[in-house]
Design a protein around this ligand. Structure first.
Ligand code: NAD
Ligand code: ZN
Length: 366
């Protein structure tokens, strides 16, 4: 199988770049629709539409209802078709962006992805995670095309609740451990090929950037400040993590995350928060040295990330609950089989239990 690397055509990041969207997007279409929920429209609708209109584009906005569901995608697709839209602009968190990607694919036109939180690596990818109207996971949908432009205004990112920013760091830290496992096992990446050196090394750069700048960036975002560390971590959470996971490959941490979503009690934890439990469990599954796992848990605690099952809503989960998680994580379609050794559901359940106990001990000894 060939090595494949894919990415968005352009990435623009900086303080107040939302106001420049017109100059970056003017070649992409003539009639633009902005898809964002009420909170996000409040934050940027005026600025974004004015900039697009100044660049000569026609504009409209559609309020996103909050769920990346088939019904919502169909509703917005019909509106876009009626209005002759040829440029879809998605703004918000992962769900708004995943919805915009699906609408863009339905109408087969251009797309700008505008994350307003650095909470996941969804902004740069060519896939959507689709849910039922009630928020149950349904499927991954893979697309031919990436967004034509990803535009990230770091003033908006720094102003958003810090919890999103921390969650994006967890999603980004996992990227390296998973891409490295996929590389060691000669596994497949998410864009249908083997990892390139670029995919693997961008995942490593993501990890190093987060280790070097994560704590000071969280401090800055707590106060709504934009610093060079915030720029570095925003790029790591968004661009490096996105390219790293798609072109480098996923492995156990995200499969364990997907398994955890089977339990209703975890639904209040963010994507990145559940991924962090997946990462610590992956390290336990791999049999990493005690010192290495403990250092990772310490870093997570310093960042304000969850480390135990009860931190993500699972107080005292039953043996049966953890078996459900572990079995879902080991589904034959899951990326956990990119680990460089055979993985069974009992190994995953025991890794979850071990990671939980180890993290509890590290926290108690602080
Ligand atoms: N497609 C991919 O490659 C990919 C990758 C990772 C995660 N995901 C998906 O992304 C989703 C999770 O995304 P998420 O964690 O961003 O959460 P989300 O999209 O569910 O929610 C984001 C929330 O933040 C609010 N918000 C956005 N910007 C804000 C701002 N500047 N200030 C205040 N509030 C703001 C929104 O109103 C919304 O309530 C899940 O559905 C997950 O499956 C997809
Ligand atoms: Zn993720």
């Amino acid at each position: 199988m060939a090595q494949i690397f894919k990415s968005p055509a352009a990435y623009v990041q900086g303080r107040d770049v939302a106001e420049e969207i017109g100059s970056h997007a003017e070649e992409l279409g003539e009639e633009a629709v902005l898809i964002a929920d009420e909170i996000v429209l409040d934050i940027l609708e005026d600025r974004v539409l004015t900039s697009l209109e100044d660049a000569g584009l026609g504009t409209m906005s559609v309020e996103f209802n909050g769920e990346a569901s088939e019904t919502e995608i169909d509703r917005i697709t019909s509106l876009a078709e009626e209005q002759g839209i040829d440029l879809v602009i998605g703004a918000g968190g992962g769900k708004a962006l995943d919805t915009a990607k699906a609408v863009r694919t339905n109408i087969d036109e251009s797309m700008v992805s505008m994350p307003t939180v650095a909470s996941t690596d969804a902004p740069t990818s060519a896939l959507s995670v689709i849910y039922s109207e009630h928020g149950e996971f349904q499927e991954y949908r893979f697309y031919e095309d990436h967004p034509d432009l990803v535009l990230v205004d770091t003033a908006i990112i720094a102003d958003a609740p810090t919890r999103f920013f921390r969650s994006g760091i967890a999603d980004g830290l996992a990227t390296w451990f998973e891409a490295d496992a996929a590389n060691q096992s000669d596994g497949d990446n998410v864009v249908g090929g083997k990892p390139t050196r670029a995919g693997h090394h961008l995942a490593r750069l993501c990890y190093d950037t987060l280790c070097d700048h994560g704590l000071a960036a969280v401090d800055a975002v707590e106060r709504g400040a934009v610093t060079e560390s915030v720029e570095a971590v925003t790029e790591a959470n968004t661009l490096l993590s996105g390219l790293g996971f798609e072109s480098g490959g996923l492995a156990a941490a995200h499969s364990i995350h997907n398994g955890l979503t089977q339990l209703e009690a975890t639904h209040d934890a963010t994507h990145g928060e559940k991924v962090n439990i997946g990462t610590i469990s992956q390290l336990a599954l791999e049999g990493r040295d005690d010192a290495f796992i403990e250092e990772y848990v310490e870093f997570s605690l310093d960042l304000g990330l969850p480390v135990t099952l009860s931190d993500i809503g699972l107080d005292d989960p039953s043996h049966n609950d953890l078996t459900v998680v572990a079995e879902a994580a080991c589904d034959e379609e899951e990326t956990i089989h990119n680990q460089p050794f055979a993985v069974s559901s009992s190994m995953v359940r025991d890794a979850l239990l071990t990671a939980d106990e180890l993290s509890r001990r590290v926290r108690e000894n602080r």
